[in-house]
Design a protein around this ligand. Structure first.
Ligand code: GAP
Length: 489
C-alpha cells in the first residue's frame, strides 16, 4: 500500500508544489525546488508569519541579515565546536546515517520492547565511562540527542540495530560531523578568509543587537525577528522538505529583563501565540499538534527550558517549532568574543541591562509540509487539499463552461481580469469542467467560478465550494465582496 507520505510527495510533484533539487542531473540529496504553486504557498505562509509577528505587534522589529558571516560569529555562538551530528557508516554498504535518528526510529518501531531493552541493559556490566541512567532515560524517552559518543555506541551495540539499507550490523565507531558550511572568501588560493553560511538566523539578531537598539525606539521587552535561509550539512534523507540542507527559518529573539519580567509568563504567552498561529492562522487540526518538553540531556546547557511544538506528520510526531529560554548566553558570548559591551539602558533607572532572551524558532518549510499533510483528503476519485483559504496558492479559478464558445471565454476572462487585481486567481479553459475541478481541488483552490450560457443572459455565475462541492448561483457584480468576506472569516 502506498502510504500517505508517498501520496503527498507524488501530488506535490504532479501539481508543482515541490520538485527534487537538480533533478535534470540526477538530483542532489536533501535539496528541493518549489514549483509555481508551491512558491505561492510558501510565500503566503512567510507573509502570514511576518504579518502576525512583526506587522501586527508593536514590540517586535524585523531584520534581514547576511547569509554569510564572519567565522568569529560562529566561534562565539559555539557552532564551530558544538554544532554537530553523530554519524555512523555501514561498513558493508557504505550507507551513512545519523546515529540518533537510527536509534530513535528503531525504538519507535519497537515500542513494545522498550522495557525489555532497559531490563536487559541493567542486567549486564558496562564501561565505567558511561552513565547507565542517561542511557536508560534515553531509551525510555526514545530521545538520545545529547548522549556522548560512547553512550551512543553502547546503545547501538546493545540493541544491535541493523543498517536500514542492507540489513547488516556493521557500523563504524560514531563520529561527530560539524553542520556548518564553510565558505572561502577571496580568489587567491592560500590567502582566502574562512567564513560560514549561517546555520541559524538567530545569530544575526545577537550580532546586530546594538545596531537595532541604537537605530530604533525599542524598549524592553522587545523582539528582533528574521525570516530567511539557513544552511546545515544534513545527511538524513527522506520525508521531503522536512529536513534539508538549505531551509527557511522564522526566528524571533525576544529580549527582556529577568528582574522585571517573569520568564515563565513570557514563555507561556509565546506558547499560546505559536499554538494560535498554527491552529487559527494556518488552519491546522488541533488534535495533530502537541507540546514536548526537552529532557535535561537534550537541552543545551545554557537553556533553562526548551519545548517543541510537534506536528503529527505522516511519519509520526516530529518537531515543528522550538521554543527556548536561552538566558543571556548568546549576548554574553558575543560580549566575550568581540570585547564590546552589549546592553540597553533602562530609561527610568539609567541601568545598563544585558537582557535575557526567549526564542521561538520555526522552519517555514516544515510549516509548508504540515499544511500539505493536514490538508490532504481522499474522497472517492477526488483528492482535495483543504488548505485554509487565506494561505491557499490561488483563491479562485475562473472557467468558461466551453472553451470553444468565444462569448463564454470573453466573459470569463473579463471576470478573471477584474478579480485578479485584488485576489490571486487562475483562469483555466483546458479539458472539461470535471477535470478542471479535480485539478483545482488538488492545488487547494477554495472556489471555482463557471461562466455558462445563463451568465450571458442574466449576469450570474456558478460558484463551487472546494470542501463541500456545493454550488451557488451569484451575480457577477457580487463576486468580489463574496470572496473578500469569505477570505476575512
Ligand atoms: N536558533 C535555534 C535553532 O535554530 P533548531 O531547533 O535547530 O533551533 C529551529 O531549528 C527550527 O528550524 C526547527 O524547529 C525546524 O522547524 C527548523 N529546522 C531545523 N533544521 C532544519 C532542516 N535541516 N530542515 C528544515 N527545517 C529545519
Amino acid at each position: 500500500m502506498v502510504d500517505k507520505m508517498d501520496k503527498i510527495v507524488a501530488l506535490a510533484k504532479r501539481r508543482g508544489f515541490i520538485f527534487p533539487g537538480s533533478e535534470l542531473y540526477g538530483g542532489l540529496a536533501n535539496t528541493y525546488d518549489y514549483g509555481p504553486v508551491g512558491a505561492e504557498l510558501l510565500r503566503n505562509i512567510k507573509n502570514l508569519w511576518w504579518e502576525t509577528f512583526i506587522h501586527r505587534r508593536t514590540d517586535i522589529v524585523g531584520l534581514d541579515a547576511s547569509l554569510i558571516s564572519h567565522q568569529k560569529v560562529w566561534e562565539a555562538s559555539g557552532h564551530t565546536t558544538g554544532f554537530s551530528d553523530v554519524l555512523i557508516d555501514c561498513k558493508e554498504c557504505k550507507h551513512r546515517i545519523r546515529a540518533d535518528h537510527l536509534i530513535e526510529d528503531y525504538l519507535g518501531e519497537h515500542e513494545q520492547k522498550i522495557d525489555e531493552f532497559i531490563e536487559l541493559f541493567t542486567s549486564v556490566p558496562h564501561s565505567a565511562d558511561i552513565d547507565p541512567e542517561r542511557i536508560k532515560t534515553g531509551i525510555a524517552n526514545k530521545k538520545v540527542e545529547g548522549l556522548t559518543l560512547l553512550e551512543v555506541e553502547t546503545i547501538l551495540n546493545h540493541l544491535k540495530i541493523p543498517c536500514p539499507n542492507c540489513g547488516k550490523f556493521a557500523w563504524t565507531t560514531p563520529r561527530k560531523f560539524n553542520l556548518l558550511f564553510p565558505v572561502h572568501l577571496g580568489i587567491v588560493m592560500g590567502d582566502q578568509a574562512l567564513a560560514y553560511l549561517r546555520g541559524e538566523t538567530a545569530q544575526g539578531m545577537f550580532v546586530n543587537f546594538e545596531n537595532v537598539v541604537n537605530s530604533t525606539r525599542v524598549r524592553l521587552p522587545f523582539g528582533i525577528a528574521q525570516l530567511g535561509k539557513s544552511f546545515r550539512n544534513e545527511v538524513t534523507l527522506g520525508n521531503s522538505v522536512f529536513r534539508t540542507i538549505e531551509f527557511e527559518q522564522g526566528e524571533i529573539e525576544y529580549f527582556f529583563d529577568p528582574e522585571s519580567e517573569s520568564w515563565e509568563k513570557l514563555f507561556d504567552s509565546w506558547k499560546e501565540s505559536m499554538w494560535h498561529f498554527v491552529v487559527h492562522s494556518l488552519g491546522i487540526r488541533e488534535e495533530n499538534i502537541r507540546w514536548r518538553v526537552h529532557t535535561d540531556d537534550e537541552r543545551s546547557f545554557y537553556s533553562k527550558r526548551t519545548e517543541d511544538l510537534e506536528y503529527n506528520f505522516p511519519f509520526g510526531f516530529k518537531e515543528l517549532w522550538g521554543l527556548a529560554y536561552r538566558t543571556d548566553y548568546d549576548l554574553k558570548q558575543h560580549i566575550k568574543h568581540s570585547g564590546k559591551e552589549l546592553f540597553i539602558v533602562d530609561p527610568k533607572t539609567n541601568k545598563k541591562i544585558t537582557p535575557h532572551v526567549i526564542e521561538p524558532a520555526v522552519g517555514i518549510n516544515r510549516l509548508f509540509l504540515m499544511v500539505l499533510s493536514d490538508a490532504y483528503y481522499e474522497e472517492g476519485e477526488r483528492v482535495v487539499l483543504r488548505i485554509a483559504p487565506r494561505i491557499a496558492p490561488f483563491k479562485v479559478a475562473v472557467f468558461p463552461l466551453l472553451a470553444n464558445k468565444e462569448e463564454l471565454v470573453t466573459k470569463a476572462k473579463g471576470i478573471f481580469e477584474t478579480l485578479r487585481v485584488q485576489i490571486p486567481c487562475m483562469f483555466d479553459d483546458r479539458g472539461n469542467i470535471g477535470k478542471r475541478y479535480l485539478y483545482q481541488d488538488e492545488i487547494g483552490t477554495p472556489w471555482c467560478v463557471t461562466v455558462d450560457f445563463d451568465s450571458l443572459e442574466d449576469g450570474t455565475v456558478t460558484v463551487r465550494d472546494r470542501d463541500t462541492t456545493e454550488q451557488v448561483r451569484l451575480p457577477i457584480a457580487e463576486l468580489f465582496s463574496y470572496f473578500s468576506k469569505k477570505l476575512s472569516q
